[in-house]
Design a protein around this ligand. Structure first.
Ligand SMILES: [Fe+2]
Ligand SMILES: [Fe+2]
Length: 158
């Protein structure tokens, strides 16, 4: 499918958007804040695709988002390790599988027809669903663990 044909199809549906809402809060300000930034970067990327920016700009935004996601995962894992969270290893597996998918996207040949369509389809059909599920279920379990543990934690609202 050509870039133009793809955009004509997108004209009917456009890129999906993922908006922050309070039900995505896991009860920890530090992690919630990073999730909000991630969602903003994802939407920036969707906006660039919708406004038919060039491949270089789209790949730059993708790289920008991937760097942020990797630093968020690392921060989250360090936070969990510091709290002796028993679900850490399982959680790390989910993070690393998602990182592999993002690396595959970054490794696409941006000059090849279909590269941007692959990114767009990954956002619309996978990333938003994964992120929503990961935040509410997987990260949410850590939020629940912190609440049950009690006490005060960096960023945890009092
Ligand atoms: Fe996570
Ligand atoms: Fe997270």
């Amino acid at each position: 499918m050509s870039w133009e044909t793809f955009f004509n199809l997108l004209g009917h549906m456009g890129m999906e958007r993922f908006e922050w809402s309070q039900n995505l809060s896991i009860g920890d300000e530090l992690i919630d804040g990073q999730h909000r930034v991630w969602i903003e970067k994802l939407n920036d990327l969707s906006n660039a695709i919708d406004s038919r920016r060039g491949g270089d700009e789209i790949f730059d935004l993708l790289k920008f988002m991937v760097d942020y996601v990797e630093s968020h995962f690392l921060a989250e894992e360090q936070y969990m390790a510091g709290q002796n969270y028993p679900g850490l290893e399982r959680h790390k597996l989910e993070h690393s599988a998602f990182c592999r998918m993002l690396s595959d996207l970054l490794a696409l040949d941006r000059t090849r027809p279909g590269a941007i369509e692959t990114i767009a389809s990954s956002i619309n059909n996978f990333q938003i669903v994964w992120l929503k599920h990961h935040i509410t279920r997987t990260d949410g379990l850590f939020g629940e663990f912190l609440r049950k543990k009690g006490g005060s934690f960096p960023g945890l609202p009092s």
